[in-house]
Design a protein around this ligand. Structure first.
Ligand SMILES: O=C([O-])CC(=O)C(=O)O
Length: 164
């Protein structure tokens, strides 16, 4: 049920999961785009909060993911890209199941070919700062939904469900 960290693992549909577990799960109403090559993904949450600075995103996705999903609270900014294809390739190489970005990515076409789940608000070719400002593994709130490090998240083209 919790898997989806390998292509062979069972696919979980968020609508079916919601029907099973109901209000144990919070649903994100904000309409994220599904931009990765893996449409269904899930895993324990890791988090980053940052604003138009992706140094922490890059360094975190370069460490072992062990099937986790990195949730990046970028403040909803579409002004700069918090992940491109190089960082996304590093996430694949390091065993991350996926990345949810409350913000923008770039290199859409390459990212769509990677074996990685990616949800983001959109894209912008403009790169982010690299100063390293932000926080890692704190609770983040996106569209009124709290993402706690260690809780499970499930994503597919229908949306995003999080353990309360
Ligand atoms: O370096 C960046 O800011 C993001 C990027 O382009 C990549 O991951 O390829």
């Amino acid at each position: 049920m919790s898997a989806a960290s390998t292509p062979e693992s069972t696919t979980v549909n968020t609508a079916d999961l919601y029907d099973e577990r109901g209000d144990e799960l919070a649903s994100v109403a904000l309409q994220f785009q599904s931009l990765g090559g893996r449409s269904h993904f899930s895993g324990p949450i890791r988090t980053i909060r940052c604003f138009q600075d992706n140094a922490l995103v890059k360094s975190t996705l370069a460490t072992p993911g062990n099937g986790s999903v990195l949730v990046v609270d970028g403040g909803g900014s579409l002004g700069t890209a918090l992940m491109g294809d190089m960082i996304a390739e590093s996430a694949v190489a390091n065993g991350w199941a996926g990345v949810v970005i409350h913000g923008a990515i770039r290199d859409r076409e390459a990212i769509a070919r990677l074996e990685l789940g990616v949800k983001a608000l959109g894209s912008n070719p403009r790169k982010s700062a690299k100063a390293g400002a932000g926080e890692v593994d704190v609770d983040v709130v996106v569209d009124g939904v709290t993402f706690r490090p260690g809780a499970m998240v499930w994503c597919d083209p229908d949306g995003i469900l999080v353990e309360r």
